[in-house]
Design a binder for this molecule. Structure first.
Ligand code: NAP
Length: 309
C-alpha cells in the first residue's frame, strides 16, 4: 500500500518503521523534520509538508492530542484538503470522542474515508509491532486496511462501524490503567513504609493474582522509580483522563475515580513532573505517607503543558 504517516513521536516512529519493514511505500511527515530524516534512513520517503504525505491510499496520523490533530487535519494544506477523494484517514492518536465525530463528518463531506484506530501498547510494543489496534469505521474500509494493521500490531479488534466507539474504548482503557497505577502507588506506599522491598512486593503480586500486563509493566516501573525518559508523558495521561471525563459527562456517567485521577495528574504537573512517565503519579502516595519526595527527578519549571502534548 502507499501510506502517508504523520507524527513520528515515541509511538509513531516505531509504527512507521514497521510499515516500511512490511514492504509498504511509506511517506513520513513530522513537525520537527529531524525525526523524518531518521525514518528516511530506514527506507521511508520524507515529506516536507503534511500535503506531501497525503498522496497515497491511506494517511495515518499519530499525534499528541486534539489540538495537534486539528492543526494537521483542518489546517491550511492539511489532511482534509490534501487527501484525494476515496482515500482513507486512519487516526491512531488517542483523541476525544467529540473530535472523532467531527472527523467522521468532515471526511464524509470531502468524499474521503475515516477510520478511528487508537492503539494499546507503549513505545516498546510499537517498535516490536505488538500493538493492539482498536478500530471502528466502515467494514469494507477496515477490511482493506488489514495489511496495515497487521504490520503494526499483534491483534486488531473491530469495535463498531461508528468511529467514535473506538475512541471511547481506548479512553476507558487508559482510565483503567491510570486506576491501576494509582492503586499500585497506594499499596507500595503502605508496604514500603513498613520496610517491605517494593520490587519484591510487586514480584509477589504479579506472580500470583495480578499477572495482567498492566500490573506487570507499571508495577515494575513504580517499584524501580523509572519515570524518565517517559514512555507516555504525564501531560498525555492528564489529557486522557480529561477526555474520558468529558465523554462521561456527555453521557451523564459519573466517574468518581477519574475525577480523583485528574487531581493526581494536576498535582504531579504542578510540582514539575509533566515530563515524567504518567506512572509517576504513583509517587504521590509515598509523598502523602511522608516517605518519598515527588519523583526526585522532577525538574522545576517543567510544570504545565508539555511542548508536544
Ligand atoms: P509524543 O512522543 O509526544 O509525539 C507526539 C507527536 O505529535 C510528535 O510527532 C509531535 O511532533 C506531534 N505534534 C504535537 N503537536 C503537534 C502539532 N500542533 N502539529 C503537528 N504535530 C504535532 O507522543 P506519543 O507518546 O507518540 O503519543 C502519540 C499519541 O498516541 C497520543 O495521542 C498518545 O495519547 C497516544 N498513545 C501513546 C502511547 C504511549 O505509550 N506513548 C500508547 C498508546 C497511545 P514534534 O516531534 O514536532 O513534537
Amino acid at each position: 500500500m502507499e501510506i502517508g504517516f504523520i507524527g513520528l513521536g515515541n509511538m509513531g516512529s516505531g509504527m512507521a518503521a514497521n510499515l516500511v519493514k512490511a514492504g509498504h511505500a511509506v511517506t513520513v511527515y513530522n513537525r520537527s523534520p529531524a525525526k523524518a530524516e531518521t525514518l528516511a534512513q530506514q527506507g521511508a520517503t520524507p515529506a516536507r509538508t503534511v500535503a506531501d504525505a497525503c498522496g497515497g491510499d491511506v494517511v495515518v496520523t499519530m499525534l499528541a492530542d486534539d489540538p495537534a490533530v486539528e492543526d494537521v487535519v483542518f489546517g491550511e494544506r492539511g489532511v482534509l484538503s490534501s487527501l484525494p477523494a476515496g482515500a482513507t484517514h486512519v487516526s491512531a492518536s488517542t483523541i476525544s470522542v467529540e473530535l472523532s465525530n467531527r472527523l467522521t463528518a468532515a471526511h464524509a463531506h470531502a468524499g474521503q474515508h475515516y477510520v478511528a484506530a487508537p492503539v494499546f501498547g507503549r513505545p516498546e510494543a510499537a517498535a516490536a509491532a505488538k500493538l493492539f489496534v482498536v478500530a471502528a469505521g466502515p467494514p469494507q474500509v477496515l477490511e482493506s486496511l488489514a495489511p496495515l494493521f497487521e504490520a503494526i500490531g499483534q491483534r486488531t479488534f473491530v469495535v463498531s462501524e461508528q468511529q467514535h466507539a473506538a475512541n471511547l474504548v481506548k479512553l476507558s482503557g487508559n482510565f483503567l490503567i491510570a486506576s491501576v497505577i494509582e492503586s499500585i502507588g497506594e499499596a507500595v506506599a503502605l508496604v514500603g513504609k513498613a520496610g517491605v522491598d517494593p520490587l519484591h512486593y510487586v514480584d509477589i503480586l504479579t506472580s500470583t493474582l495480578f499477572s495482567a500486563p498492566a500490573y506487570q509493566t507499571y508495577g515494575k516501573l513504580i517499584a524501580q522509580q523509572e519515570f524518565e525518559p517517559a514512555g507516555f508523558a504525564a501531560t498525555l495521561g492528564l489529557k486522557d483522563v480529561r477526555l474520558v471525563l468529558a465523554a462521561a459527562e456527555e453521557l451523564a456517567v459519573p466517574l468518581p475515580l477519574a475525577s480523583l485521577l485528574r487531581d493526581r495528574f494536576l498535582t504531579l504537573l504542578a510540582n514539575g513532573g509533566g515530563h515524567l512517565d504518567w506512572s509517576a503519579i504513583a509517587t504521590l502516595s509515598g509523598r502523602d505517607a511522608g516517605i518519598v519526595a515527588i519523583a526526585s527527578a522532577a525538574k522545576p519549571g517543567a510544570a504545565g503543558r508539555h511542548q508536544s502534548a
